[in-house]
Design a protein. Structure first.
Length: 335
């Protein structure tokens, strides 16, 4: 989710709002990092393709709940996964937002190699934040977010991986791509009469976690949240380390083997309530979160465009998309 919550890493007691913003400074990593230990496997992830899928979602406009853009983009996502050989099912539900709004939600589940017993889940949310309530200009706080990074980038990485898997017959496991809806309707900062306890976020994944499709039983899951931003580094998220430390270790080792270890510091960042939380807590599916962390900035740790009107294609970095995409490919092809 996006106005997520940071849990105290030393005590794991109090939830405090993980307010966001970020330093906006690019790091010095490049997409061509190599190490003597790198042993990349699997097909080459195409960042230009992922970038194009991100842009295609943004062309619909902000995909806010109950909007025409939201419905049309959902149809596009379904069509792309079908185009790349996936069996697709949808999970529709009327969910209640923090303000009582009924949200017409659609979770999208796309599966490769559906007969495979051994399965891995990749997931991301596809809806847009209705309010740019972290924008430095308060005049923008009730404007919708384009959500190029905060939503579209994760879905784009998954679609590119689906395309690669269709063209490759060597992977003998199945992959379930899950696009969660209604993730970003959490209490806005300007809503002073409503206390945000954290349960107003990740509504689609919470519903999914309590209503799993028949036979849905992945070995583990990887959540992709804001995986295309400029200057992004992906620290080990705290709840991921708490619920699935072995999967965290597997993914971070894969980043090094694929040649992108500098994007994945071997350090822990904040604990964040995101779509992986209900998957772990309710469905007992070990799921980790690949999410950026910008330490040392006063107002936010999610990046300079988080919940602002500047979350647009101008701030999507192909290098970041490639680092994450190739790392996930590395994980899949070393199981």
């Amino acid at each position: 989710m996006k106005a997520k919550f940071l849990l105290n890493l030393t005590a794991l007691i109090a939830l405090t709002v993980f307010a966001s913003g970020c330093n906006g400074q690019k790091n010095n990593t490049t997409a061509t990092e190599t190490t003597t230990e790198a042993e990349p496997v699997g097909p080459k992830f195409n960042p230009d393709s992922a970038y194009a899928y991100t842009a295609a979602q943004c062309e619909f406009g902000p995909r806010t709940m109950n909007s025409d853009a939201h419905e049309k983009c959902g149809e596009w996502i379904i069509g792309k996964f079908k185009q790349y050989g996936c069996e697709v099912q949808t999970q529709k539900a009327d969910l209640k937002g923090y303000d009582g709004t009924i949200l017409k939600s659609t979770n999208i589940i796309a599966s490769t190699n559906p007969s495979a017993q051994r399965r891995i889940m990749l997931c991301a949310h596809w809806d847009s934040r209705p309010w740019a309530d972290n924008d430095p200009d308060s005049a923008n706080h009730k404007k919708p977010v384009m959500a190029a990074n905060d939503g579209a980038s994760g879905v784009a990485v998954m679609i590119e991986i689906a395309r690669l898997l269709q063209a490759d017959s060597t992977l003998n496991i199945g992959v379930d791509f899950v696009c969660f809806d209604a993730e970003d309707w959490g209490v806005p900062t300007w809503e002073t009469n409503v206390q945000d306890s954290g349960d107003s976020w990740a509504l689609g994944s919470a519903y999914f976690s309590k209503n799993l499709p028949a036979g849905f039983n992945p070995e583990f899951g990887i959540l992709l949240d804001m995986v295309g931003g400029e200057g992004a580094n992906f620290y080990k998220e705290g709840l991921s380390n708490r619920y699935a430390p072995d999967i965290v270790d597997r993914v971070w080792a894969a980043s090094k083997a694929a040649g992108y270890g500098s994007y994945f510091p071997d350090q822990e960042g904040g604990m964040v309530t995101d779509d992986h939380y209900p998957l772990n807590e309710n469905a007992k599916i070990k799921t980790i979160d690949i999410i950026p962390y910008y330490p040392g900035y006063g107002g936010s740790s999610f990046g300079p465009t988080w919940h602002t009107i500047n979350d647009t294609m101008e701030h999507i970095d192909r290098n970041t998309l490639q680092a994450v995409g190739q790392t996930v490919i590395q994980v899949l092809y070393t199981l």
